[in-house]
Design a protein around this ligand. Structure first.
Ligand SMILES: Cc1cc2nc3c(=O)[nH]c(=O)nc-3n(C[C@H](O)[C@H](O)[C@H](O)COP(=O)(O)OP(=O)(O)OC[C@H]3O[C@@H](n4cnc5c(N)ncnc54)[C@H](O)[C@@H]3O)c2cc1C
Length: 423
């Protein structure tokens, strides 16, 4: 492998020092890139993992240090130059970019790993200081300060993050209400029976869940805030968390002339529409390996696995072959002592089959295409049970195992035994 020396070669530059950016920087060095690596991110922290922000970090069971992906020592050892700054413009013709601190960096290859920005509540009072969002360590610290016993938390949005925060807040002794505009929790990413079980669990743990009703406005009261709802009712709270999702900030790539849709559009090699520029993680819209459709994912696994492929392909001209991104989607959500996992693309299924895990509502739903090959699986139940079952289910889906509905549904069938059915 040709490894250019550090004086004559332009650098590898990564915009966004989050999960994907941090992992990609390290992967570039591990893959043998000898010259400069610049990791530019606008957060004051080194790259860290975000899943604990709504779970263990919020409840105080994990420290911010324990969420770090890279330490000072790691950066030094890998000779990664970390810039705490915002990238304000990209000149794709000159292959350079400008930072908010005035610096200009030249690049051989550039990775956009800029994640997404949280949606805010666009209603009157949505900008009050009691109304919070959760995306970064600073948000988590500010929210944690308010979640003391007896405090009233109102979560807007019954998606993963809203429900995880609801569970954490109950653990911390808060009174919790969740308001979701749709008639069910967790949207289309999760099958109806799982959404129903999650709803029952939250209610059993003391969360007041209101479905099919949206917020109209928020006003201050003598001792907190009051949210008016579309059905004419209102709820008082000390803190409101808007858990209504994220959207990629596409202004920077758009101004640089990159093709964008719901994210920065890339091909299977994570190459954007302009030479030398790649995108990965939450910001990238890429072709699904199962359907070929352009998809964007907001998951730990996507950030982790795309970082490796992007780094490999940024070395094009150094390493010869371009790698394709072929990983199947996978995400989890922890709520109380329960876990949800979704693997593959359930939307592509012709049929589904349910496997009961226990008497307490634990289940795995398998998704099969028209040829009875597995294209997805969704598990819900007590954490260790789901983790064990989904580990095998993931492998079955990855190998596109073909199995009959009867065999999959039968709790006596050992999933491990099905691995030999691979084509
Ligand atoms: C509270 C929370 C809980 C989660 N829980 C789970 C979970 O249980 N399971 C799961 O699968 N996934 C979970 N996720 C999702 C997962 O953490 C994300 O998918 C992952 O962090 C995406 O990584 P990324 O590198 O693409 O983006 P990020 O980690 O968001 O990193 C992007 C970085 O780029 C920076 N940036 C943006 N624009 C610029 C610019 N112009 N210049 C410089 N820097 C810039 C941002 O500030 C940020 O630091 C969770 C996310 C959150 C917020």
């Amino acid at each position: 492998m040709h490894t250019p020396d550090s004086t004559s070669s332009p650098a590898m530059v990564i915009v966004g020092a989050g999960h994907c950016g941090g992992r990609a920087a390290l992967a570039l060095r591990t893959a043998g890139w000898q010259a400069a690596i610049h990791l530019v991110g606008d957060e004051p922290h080194h790259p860290y993992e975000r899943p604990p922000l709504s779970k263990d970090l919020l409840t105080g069971d994990k420290t911010a240090e324990a969420c770090a992906l890279l330490s000072d020592a790691d950066l030094r050892e890998a000779r990664i130059t970390r810039h705490v700054a915002r990238v304000t413009s990209i000149d794709a013709t000159a292959r350079s970019l400008t930072l908010s601190d005035g610096q200009t960096l030249a690049y051989q290859s550039l990775l956009l790993a800029t994640g997404g920005k949280v949606r805010t509540l666009r209603i009157p009072g949505g900008d009050l200081p009691e109304v919070m969002t959760l995306r970064n360590l600073g948000d988590a610290a500010a929210l944690a300060q308010r979640l003391t016993p007896g405090q009233r938390l109102l979560v807007v949005g019954g998606g993963f993050i809203g429900l995880e925060v609801a569970a954490s807040a109950r653990k911390l002794g808060c009174e919790v209400t969740v308001v979701e505009g749709a008639p069910r929790l967790m949207g289309r990413a999760v099958p109806e029976p799982v959404a129903e079980r999650a709803l029952a669990l939250h209610r059993a743990r003391g969360v007041r869940v209101l479905l099919g009703v949206g917020p109209l406005g928020i006003t201050r009261t003598a001792n907190g805030v009051r949210m008016e709802l579309a059905d004419g009712s209102s709820i008082e709270a000390d803190t409101v968390l808007a858990g209504i999702g994220i959207e990629p900030d596409l202004a920077l790539p758009q101004a640089a002339g990159l093709a964008v849709g719901r994210g920065v559009m890339v091909n299977a090699h994570l190459q954007s529409s302009l030479p030398g520029i790649f995108a990965a993680g939450d910001v990238a819209e890429f072709p699904s390996v199962l359907s070929g459709q352009l998809v964007r994912q907001e998951t730990w696994h996507n950030a982790e696995t795309q970082a490796a492929i992007a780094a490999q392909n940024m070395l094009e001209g150094v390493n010869s072959a371009l790698a394709a991104y072929t990983a199947l989607p996978w995400f989890w959500s922890d709520q109380y002592d329960h876990q949800l996992q979704v693997m593959g693309e359930p939307a592509l299924a012709a049929t589904s089959v349910t496997r009961t895990l226990d008497d307490a509502g634990g289940m795995v739903i398998f998704y099969l295409d028209a040829d009875n090959r597995l294209v997805g699986a969704c598990g819900w139940g007590e954490t260790s049970r789901v983790a064990k079952e989904l580990k095998l289910a993931r492998t079955l889906v990855e190998r596109r195992i073909s199995a009959s509905a009867e065999v999959l549904a039968d709790p006596a069938t050992k999933l491990k035994g099905l691995l030999s059915h691979a084509r």
